[in-house]
Ligand binder design. Structure first.
Ligand code: KG4
Ligand code: ZN
Length: 339
């Protein structure tokens, strides 16, 4: 079979990204323009600003991705683009560019689910990884525990009932004065703290053992900070960060391992921005090693938003025959497994 090169575009949140990926596994180029510095000024992503920056950068990153791959538009086999979920105005920029390029260059267009992209990031550096496997998806907007039954086929075992894991990191970081984006900052500060200093709740969810809930934990952290303030006692930022992180990691590890045992999976993959968290990686690794489970996760650059992961997911959709029309629209609340 001859090689299939996919030009992929991602603009669902605050990263404008383009990549060229060969056969769903080999990254020929991966260009990311991150808007994080801009949004940091406002303490979070401002959708209007995100859309405007995407418009400014989308063509630049696409041209750079082709150039880095040593290719012209004519050399690619298809255009893959994230069409949901995400911020509607942000998604529309990538979708409109992809449609224009597909039309002008007469290339097939493949709409890709952003979360399917995060899962597929694992294919980029693990050439032997094949479904089925268990995947814990932890990003700024999503927390899902899924069985990847086949390429593009998922069974959702559990999801968050309120905040996503990354969202909890970002909110707690803001409360302890660390700013946006909170995840990497808590990760770093927590290394100096004692994870046992404060016992924060490990949320149990009654109806489904694989569902998550992080809003109670967030409230517990806020209460702790308020009480410290009322008593005029300074709190130790690193201890709060480490203790909060320990509570998140415990729950993520417990539920994932429980599912692996129940369903008999010997491979667990992590995906999404929080998958680059050092405590989560270490905690999951320790639990997996004890049970002879193989743990894999993408490099940090493929954990947070990027287009290479969209190129990987796009490839498997492409070879299945998935094609999008030029009427492809952004779907801000697209569910996993839906098209
Ligand atoms: O996957 P992603 O780039 O965007 C979404 O699709 O949501 O994830 C971004 C999230 C943010 O909440 C960020 O704080 C979190 O991932 N994150 C981390 C780390 N790096 C990024 N959370 C914990 N530890 C990290 N090292
Ligand atoms: Zn994402």
């Amino acid at each position: 079979m001859s090689d299939i090169n996919i030009l992929a575009i991602e603009s669902s949140c605050d990263e404008t990204a383009a990549a060229v990926v060969r056969n769903g596994r080999t990254v020929l180029s991966n260009v990311i323009y991150s808007q994080i510095d801009l949004h940091t000024l406002y303490g979070g992503v401002v959708p209007e600003i995100a859309s405007r920056k995407h418009i400014e950068k989308v063509n630049v990153v696409i041209e750079q991705a082709l150039k880095d791959a040593g290719m012209e538009l004519n050399d690619v086999d298809a255009i893959a683009v994230t069409y949901g979920p995400g911020l509607v105005g942000a998604l529309l920029v990538g979708v409109a560019s992809a449609k224009a390029i597909a039309y002008a260059a007469k290339k097939p267009l493949v709409g890709v689910h952003h979360i399917e992209g995060h899962v597929s990031a694992n294919f980029l550096e693990h050439p032997d990884l094949e479904p089925p496997f268990l995947c814990l998806i932890v990003s700024g907007g999503h927390t899902h525990l899924v069985v990847v039954k086949d390429y593009g086929e998922y069974e959702i075992l559990g999801r968050t009932q309120d905040d996503a894991a990354g969202e909890a990191y970002d909110k707690v970081a803001r409360a302890i004065g660390l700013g946006y984006p909170g995840g990497p900052k808590i990760d770093k500060v927590a290394k100096e703290g004692n994870p046992k200093a404060i016992v924060f709740p490990r949320a149990k969810v009654d109806d489904n053992p694989y569902d998550f809930s992080f809003s109670g934990l967030k409230s517990a952290v806020l209460n702790y900070l308020n009480q410290a303030e009322m008593k005029n006692e300074p709190y130790v930022q690193a201890d709060v960060a480490a203790s909060f992180q320990a509570a998140v990691v415990d729950v993520l590890v417990d539920k994932t391992i429980h599912a692996a045992k129940e369903y008999g999976f010997k491979t667990i993959a992590l995906a999404g921005g929080v998958a680059s968290n050092s405590a989560l990686r270490a905690g999951m690794k320790e639990a997996c090693d004890k049970r002879n489970i193989n743990l894999i996760y993408p490099s940090p650059i493929y954990c947070t938003d990027n287009a290479a992961m969209i190129g990987a997911a796009g490839y498997y959709e492409y070879i299945k025959g998935t094609r999008s029309g030029l009427d492809l629209n952004a779907v801000p609340n697209l569910k996993l497994g839906e098209r």
